[in-house]
Design a protein around this ligand. Structure first.
Ligand code: GLV
Length: 322
């Protein structure tokens, strides 16, 4: 039987299903498998089911000559050297279609929390600052209005469109920019510069690639509307964190909601963590029970199809099948 390695236990019963089709070994620890150990465990394996915390680079491929299929339980694949896989005709599976709504929910949660200063207010109450000597007053935790504000969406793929649907319900005007020039109903398509200059809220929803790395750099941040709020649930490498922190500290921007960081886990000396007007989360965009189980199921469906000699249902580099 073909050997497959899964770099972590997955939610639901997906791996049990996979185990019926191959000789499956699963990394038992909750922490990511160290890269050197991954290469060792992959010896003799034709398949790897991985997570976004596993770097699948040229070095790993070179060390694992038997590897023929890779399936990642993620929609983003910036942790994988896709070109190197394609050169070796290794299909790479991912998990689109199931996490857009869940991630868009978190996007809106961060947008609302940043606009209405929820974490600051939460700390204020818990720290006992709200007391008879300091009762309610009209200027207490005044934030930004959502309804009537302009939301600029950078990237109008599945998640960007799901954010647009939600924002419409909140009465926001929508601007959007996408590399493909895709038109989305109800979203006015403008240049990236116009999105940044005209939006009260900017939502980053593009995939990370060499074209989008540092797309929102210091110059782009300087071009944002004064007092705007930036939300990023896409990938850390898209936004210049130092420049963002400076803009938030100087008051040029009002607040930010950040679920993803250039380096994950984020380092405690990251300047964004020092700022009260930044709401953070540890890359939990797709973290709902149903969505995570669906992602695991799709990752396993991709691997089972590959083991049967079929095309993966969700393949990032389908040209390998031609
Ligand atoms: C999450 O960030 C994913 O790419 O699935």
């Amino acid at each position: 039987m073909a050997k497959v390695f899964a770099s972590q236990r997955l939610p639901g019963d997906a791996l049990e299903r996979l185990g019926l089709h191959c000789e499956l070994e699963v990394w038992p620890e909750p922490t990511p498998i160290p890269p050197g150990v991954l290469a060792e465990r992959l010896q003799g394996c034709v398949g790897l089911v991985c997570l976004l915390t596993n770097r699948v680079g040229r070095d790993l491929l070179a060390a694992c000559p038997d590897l023929r299929f890779v399936s990642s339980m993620s929609v983003g694949v910036d942790h994988v050297a896709v070109a190197a896989l394609t050169e070796r005709r290794i299909p790479l599976g991912n998990t689109p279609g199931v996490l857009a709504d869940t991630t868009a929910d978190l996007n809106m949660a961060l947008l609302l929390a940043a606009a209405r200063r929820i974490p600051e207010a939460d700390r204020y109450v818990r720290d006992g600052c709200w007391k008879p000597e300091r009762p309610w007053y009209p200027g207490m935790f005044v934030g930004k209005d959502i309804s009537g504000a302009t939301l600029g969406i950078v990237g109008l793929g599945e998640i960007g469109q799901a954010v647009a649907r939600r924002a419409r319900g909140f009465g926001m005007r929508l601007l959007g920019w996408t590399r493909s020039g895709r038109a989305v109903e109800g979203v006015e398509s403008v240049s990236l510069e116009a999105v940044l200059a005209q939006s009260d809220f900017v939502s980053v929803n593009v995939a990370l690639s060499k074209d989008t790395r540092m797309l929102i750099d210091a110059e782009a941040i300087a071009g944002m509307k004064p007092g705007a709020v930036l939300v990023n649930t896409a990938r850390g490498g898209i936004v210049d964190e130092q420049a963002l922190a400076q803009a938030l500290q100087s008051g040029a921007l009002f607040a930010a909601g950040i679920d993803v960081f250039e380096r994950e886990p984020v380092l405690m000396d990251n300047p964004l963590l020092q700022l009260p007007n930044v709401v953070v989360a540890p890359h939990i965009g797709s973290a709902s029970q149903r969505t995570r189980e669906q992602m695991a199921a799709l990752a396993v469906d991709n691997m089972i199809a590959a083991l049967r000699g079929e095309r993966m249902p969700h393949c990032v580099n389908p040209e390998v099948f031609d």
